[in-house]
Design a protein around this ligand. Structure first.
Ligand SMILES: *Cc1c(COP(=O)(O)O)cnc(C)c1O
Length: 376
């Protein structure tokens, strides 16, 4: 039986060439020539001031440092998200206030945000699930009215937009991921996007162990020293070489991912309705970057049957986040509110295999198996 993995990194000759070129040179540490070329490429894509980081997790930790989050501060975020959106702020001693997802998609509900705001609220973290934009008009309005910062966890959102603006550039700070489960990869890697100019300077310093080393290398100061808190958040130039090749192949990779996504959509979106299953809904303000093709099952039991059935057929499908408000670490701090939409997505989402080097024939086989299992 030929198996179909859930994900497979797409590595071509260009990735191998750039990594070899980097290794043959004598600058393998951070902020070398490949990092600079990545930064330039991100600027060209309209992402503004971009800094490569070792991961999206680290970029999120930098946002917490940049916003001076500390004990006594509250941060509002969705419960249906990856643990890194939460950990970054818990590490600074903040209290998390989990907001429910909406009914239509797993993104954070603006009404739920509004209900959680107190004088101690310091930041709202939005997560663009599956690369589909949150309701940034309403969330931006709430944040402005209360003078609260917005952090975009845009880990899954490369090449996706809200009313034409790239995700990650709409809030005060944005974080993207290049983990090998994302659309483009450096194996591990991330990106921090910073809007405010003063914060851009501070971000450089925090990323370089709290030193003004970047300004020194630009010749702006004649010595560099310890000027702020910080850590080592810059990736090796070897990883930047891998990422640059992926960035230059972005259009090609995206075209392949979109072709597979559309294939699934045509085979499944109407057909699964009869079994109480639905596919993703795309709000009018959002684009689809083909990060993920997911189904929302009727209940936990049906989802388990689907995942098990696909596994028997040699196909890897995956559930997703366990609501963070009821996680082993956090549940004792949670205020007890029930978050029914978050729990519903925890129980019912299943993600189908989707990667650039997947063939149409593989997508057809997955879709056929899905329909077979659901109607059995
Ligand atoms: C992947 C992901 C992260 C973490 O990204 P890393 O680069 O692995 O640290 C954070 N948030 C969300 C929503 C993600 O999907």
């Amino acid at each position: 039986m030929r198996t179909i993995p859930f994900n497979k990194p797409s590595v071509g000759q260009r990735e191998l060439d750039y990594v070899a070129e980097c290794l043959r040179g004598n600058k393998h540490s951070g902020d070398g020539p490949f990092t600079k070329r990545c930064h330039e490429a991100f600027r060209t894509m309209g992402l503004g001031h971009a800094l490569l980081t070792t991961s999206c997790t680290d970029a999120l930790e930098m946002t917490a440092l940049l916003l001076d989050i500390g004990p006594g501060d509250e941060v509002i975020l969705p419960s249906f998200t990856f643990v890194s959106s939460a950990n970054a702020f818990v590490l600074r001693g903040a209290m998390l206030r989990f907001a429910d997802s909406g009914v239509d998609d797993p993104n954070i509900s603006p009404d739920a945000i509004e209900a959680l705001i107190t004088p101690r609220t310091k930041a709202i973290v939005v997560v663009h699930y599956a690369g589909v934009a949150c309701d940034m008009d309403r969330i931006g309005d709430i944040a402005r009215r209360h003078g609260i910062a917005i952090v975009e966890d845009a880990a899954q959102a490369i090449d996706s937009y809200h009313r034409g603006r790239p995700l990650g550039t709409i809030g005060d700070l944005g974080a993207l991921s290049f983990h090998d489960t994302k659309n483009i990869s450096a194996g591990e890697g991330g990106l921090l996007l910073v809007r405010d100019e003063a914060m851009q300077q501070r971000a450089e310093i925090i990323r370089e162990k709290g030193t003004n080393r970047s300004a020194f290398f630009r010749g702006e100061v004649d010595k560099y020293g310890w000027v702020d808190i910080g850590s080592s958040f810059l990736p090796s130039d070897v990883l930047a070489a891998y990422l640059l090749a992926q960035l230059e192949r972005l259009d090609e990779i995206q075209a392949r991912r979109r072709a597979i996504w559309t294939r699934y959509d045509r085979a499944l979106s109407t057909q699964v309705g009869a079994c109480g299953v639905r596919t993703a809904r795309l709000p009018e303000w959002a684009t689809n970057n083909a990060h993920m093709f997911y189904l929302v099952c009727a209940d936990l039991e049906q989802r388990q049957r689907l995942i098990d059935g696909l596994r028997t057929a040699g196909i890897s499908a995956a559930s997703h986040y366990l609501s963070l408000h009821s996680s082993p670490y956090f549940h004792r701090f949670h205020d007890g509110r029930s978050l029914p939409n978050s729990d519903h997505y925890t129980d019912t989402i299943v993600r189908l295999p989707l990667f650039a080097d997947m063939t149409e024939a593989q997508a057809d086989r997955v879709a056929e198996e899905v329909l077979g299992i659901l109607t059995a």
